[in-house]
Design a protein around this ligand. Structure first.
Ligand code: ATP
Ligand code: MG
Length: 201
């Protein structure tokens, strides 16, 4: 399974609906400082529910909505205050099967699961804000998304996303700590935890 496409609409510096295609093997994003490269990564973490606001460099969720005056701190314009990010996953290799998607969506009506679309919206009103998740067009909860992605090996604690600074941290670790990361990636850590639980009982 891999990301096929991102659609950013009013998210952070992307004030216009922007479609970003991803290749199967390797995609790099380049651009000048401040052009929005990291914002693209933030959009994935946001849509897939993989990070808290701090992890995506925002104090509150509504800071993620495009604000034309962001750089100079001037007042935001009126009009719709809503950001939408859509992550289109190519599931052509069957990483997730239909039953898993149906189960997460709570509906048989999920269309073709060769493609899995996870969408998140954050909407700001006069005195409140709302956050919504969708799986292949069906409204779902964050836990549904997280449970589904975990079955494909994508978790908030995982190393699917390696952030700036993580590499330095890994270099500075003790060999034992580094070994724990390898266990985590290899999926061994899960069994160590289960074994420890079993021995305790
Ligand atoms: P670098 O090469 O320095 O890492 P980058 O390409 O990763 O840069 P980002 O951090 O993705 O750049 O983008 C930063 C820009 O995004 C800043 O100019 C900031 O003002 C803008 N930005 C962040 N949030 C918003 C927002 N809500 N509305 C408008 N612009 C925003
Ligand atoms: Mg950056």
């Amino acid at each position: 399974m891999h990301i096929k496409k991102l659609v950013l609409d009013n998210f952070k510096s992307f004030g216009r609906r922007t479609e970003i295609p991803f290749y199967e093997d390797f995609t790099t994003v380049s651009g000048p400082n401040g052009s929005g490269k990291s914002n693209i990564i933030d959009s994935v973490l946001f849509a897939l529910g993989l990070a808290r606001t701090r992890g995506i460099r925002a104090e509150k969720l509504t800071d993620l909505i495009y604000n034309p005056g962001h750089a100079d701190g001037s007042e935001e314009s009126s009009g719709p205050r809503e950001a939408i990010v859509e992550v289109v996953l190519d599931n052509g290799d069957g990483t997730l099967d239909r039953a898993q998607v149906v189960n997460a969506a709570g509906s048989e009506n999920v269309g073709d699961v060769d493609e899995i679309t996870i969408k998140r919206r954050v909407k700001e009103t006069e005195d409140n804000y709302y956050s919504y998740y969708y799986l292949n067009g069906r409204s779902v909860n964050l836990s549904d998304i997280q449970d589904l992605l975990a079955q494909a090996g994508v978790t908030p604690e995982g190393y699917n996303v390696v952030m700036q600074g993580d590499v330095t941290e890994i270099i500075n670790m003790t060999p034992h700590e580094r070994r724990q990361i390898i266990d985590e990636i290899a999926g061994v850590a899960e069994f160590d935890a289960k074994k420890a639980d079993a021995l305790e009982e």
